[in-house]
Design a binder for this molecule. Structure first.
Ligand code: PHE
Ligand code: NA
Length: 447
């Protein structure tokens, strides 16, 4: 068995920032609005919040505590804890499953983050000034149809991601995070404030917050569950990798709560801002993955100094996606490092492989648009749905089973930082609510 890692986050704050950085990203600002638009609005929002509280939170604790108790990369932590508790050594394959999941997620995450790079440059150059909503929509289409521009941005994003991962994560990115994330919240709040002045605000609020149960289906429930996992970064053993570096004395419970609340808050603000614009301009809420890239330039082009705001927004979004993509890459790199690789080489190899598969997503908007992999899904649709809505809940389920039923209760409660009643409560919630609920939704959604 390999030795445990001695690396630690430098402070409590650092750990919370790292987990917040992993959680807040495209999931909140890009994916949440378009998924809500495609899945019936208020029902999706309601289910997402319920799943975050009942599944996301307890499972996030389960995942981080495994990493913290194991003090190794996910695969090795699972192997170690299974052995310690006299369980099957096969639990370690869960770590590999997580690595496969983050591999595919990162491959599209980088492509979409590349869109933000393009839009950052465009807005600085004044590309959206005095443009009509139609023109803004059309320019997004033109961009998507240009694989070279997209590949360029995707390459750039993979480079900045892997160079941070290669350097070890404890330093630079923490500080960047520290300064940039609060700025992102400020811009979102300004945008939310602006939304209240638009003609579509009332309609957006009604559409988001008046529960309309007619839109519900097992597919919608499954999608909402998948999104809850995705947005919290739970189920892929990625937070498990971060948990290994958690300082000894720190409350896991408190850290996790603040992250979840922030994550919901950012999603709500983005949703309100984006749907106000949608309804003000008679756009289609079910527009799909392009939603944010069309609505926000429209909104900002109407604000005084819009160009500057828009540029700042994309810059901060880029920072948010950067800190998430680092977390996505970490478990894969940690796995190779645990097997004796040097960090730099491991990062290079993983980065190159993810980059290559990402090209399939790039081409899904042009050459490969009509190539269907499963059913009607082209590659981009496939990787933005199956790994998130299926793999993450399956991974989360197994993680929860391991933490609440298989590993030694002493190790689990020590790593949770809660003994007695607190631990019992958490374990009962995971055993009798989170696990059965995930199973029911998964099975019903699939059948
Ligand atoms: N939570 C991130 C987001 O909302 C995505 C992510 C998923 C990050 C899984 C790490 C692991 O954008
Ligand atoms: Na998120």
């Amino acid at each position: 068995m390999i030795e445990e890692t001695l690396e630690r986050w430098q402070s409590r704050r650092a750990f919370i920032l790292a987990v917040t950085g992993a959680a807040v990203g495209l999931g909140n600002i890009w994916r949440f609005p378009y998924m809500t638009g495609e899945n019936g609005g208020s029902v999706f929002l309601l289910l997402y919040i319920v799943f975050v509280l009942l599944l996301g939170l307890p499972m996030m604790m389960a995942e981080i505590l495994i990493g913290r108790a194991g003090r190794r990369s996910p695969m090795q932590a699972l192997a170690y804890l299974a052995e310690e508790a006299g369980r099957s050594p096969h639990w370690r394959w869960l770590g590999l499953f997580g690595a496969v999941t983050v591999f595919f997620i990162l491959s599209f995450y980088s492509v979409v983050s590349g869109w933000s790079i393009e839009y950052l440059v465009d807005s600085i150059n004044g590309g959206f000034v005095a443009r009509s909503p139609q023109e803004i929509g059309a320019s997004f289409e033109t961009f998507l149809a240009d694989p070279l521009r997209m590949t360029f941005n995707h390459t750039l994003f993979m480079l900045i991601t892997m160079s941070v991962v290669a350097g070890g994560i404890a330093n630079g990115i923490e500080k960047l995070n520290n300064i940039m994330m609060p700025l992102l919240y400020v811009i979102l709040i300004v945008l939310g404030g602006y939304a209240t002045t638009t003609s579509g605000f009332g309609e957006a609020m009604a559409w988001l917050f008046t529960p309309d149960l007619s839109a519900i289906s097992w597919q919608v429930v499954l999608n909402a569950m998948g999104h809850a996992f995705f947005t919290l970064a739970v189920g892929a053993c990625a937070l498990m990798a971060y948990g290994a570096y958690m300082p000894e004395e720190q409350s896991l419970l408190r850290a996790v709560f603040s992250v979840a609340l922030l994550d919901i808050g950012v999603a709500l603000l983005s949703g309100i801002a984006i749907f106000s614009v949608v309804f003000s301009h008679g756009l289609d809420p079910g527009e799909g993955p392009g939603l944010m890239f069309v609505t926000l330039p429209i909104a900002f082009s109407e604000l005084p100094g819009g160009q500057i705001w828009l540029g700042a927004f994309f810059l901060l979004l880029l920072v948010a996606t950067w800190t998430s993509s680092i977390n996505l890459a970490e478990p894969m790199v940690a796995m190779l490092v645990g097997a004796g690789w040097r960090r730099g080489r491991a990062s290079l190899l993983i980065g190159a492989l993810v980059w290559g598969v990402g090209l399939l997503s790039v081409l899904s908007f042009s050459t490969l648009a009509e190539v269907h992999w499963i059913g009607e899904m082209n590659f981009f649709t496939l990787v933005t749905t199956v790994p998130t809505d299926l793999f993450l809940p399956i991974g989360g389920l197994l993680i929860a089973i391991f933490a609440a039923w298989r590993m030694s209760p002493e190790a689990a409660s020590a790593a949770l930082g809660a003994s007695g009643r607190g631990f019992g409560l958490w374990r009962a919630l995971v055993r009798y609510v989170s696990i059965p609920l995930t199973l029911i939704v998964l099975l019903s959604g699939l059948l």
